[in-house]
Design a protein. Sequence first.
Length: 141
Amino acid sequence: MPPPADVRRAALIDQLRYLRDELTLMTPLLPRLEGPLLEERPRPDVPSFAETLDALARADAERHADLTGKAGPMPEAFAVAERLDRFVQGRDALADAFDAHDWAAPMPSGEPVEAYLRRAILADADALRTIGAYLFEAQRR
């Protein structure tokens, strides 16, 4: 028997905040990611660290707009610490919006909120793998 809807909802919102927490924990490594490593791609088919953080922030702003009809925070950022702060602010706003949303109402696309959020979390897992490659490279330098 699946867990009750309120338990699933809390778990999904916690999972949404997980990537924010993981990225915040890497703050001590940020100085190693400045300069070339920030913009370099480890492989041609893998985005740079900066591109990854920017894509995460853009995706959260788009999800916030899908959910609320208003774009989420997306301040301009250049340094890696600013990019991380931008992501954290946007992720917090997105998690709060999901928490406040009526999950019985579908997304504007007609997709159930739970399914929409599950897709977002799977995308986070891919981004976390990419970020892991950068952390590995930063440790080697």
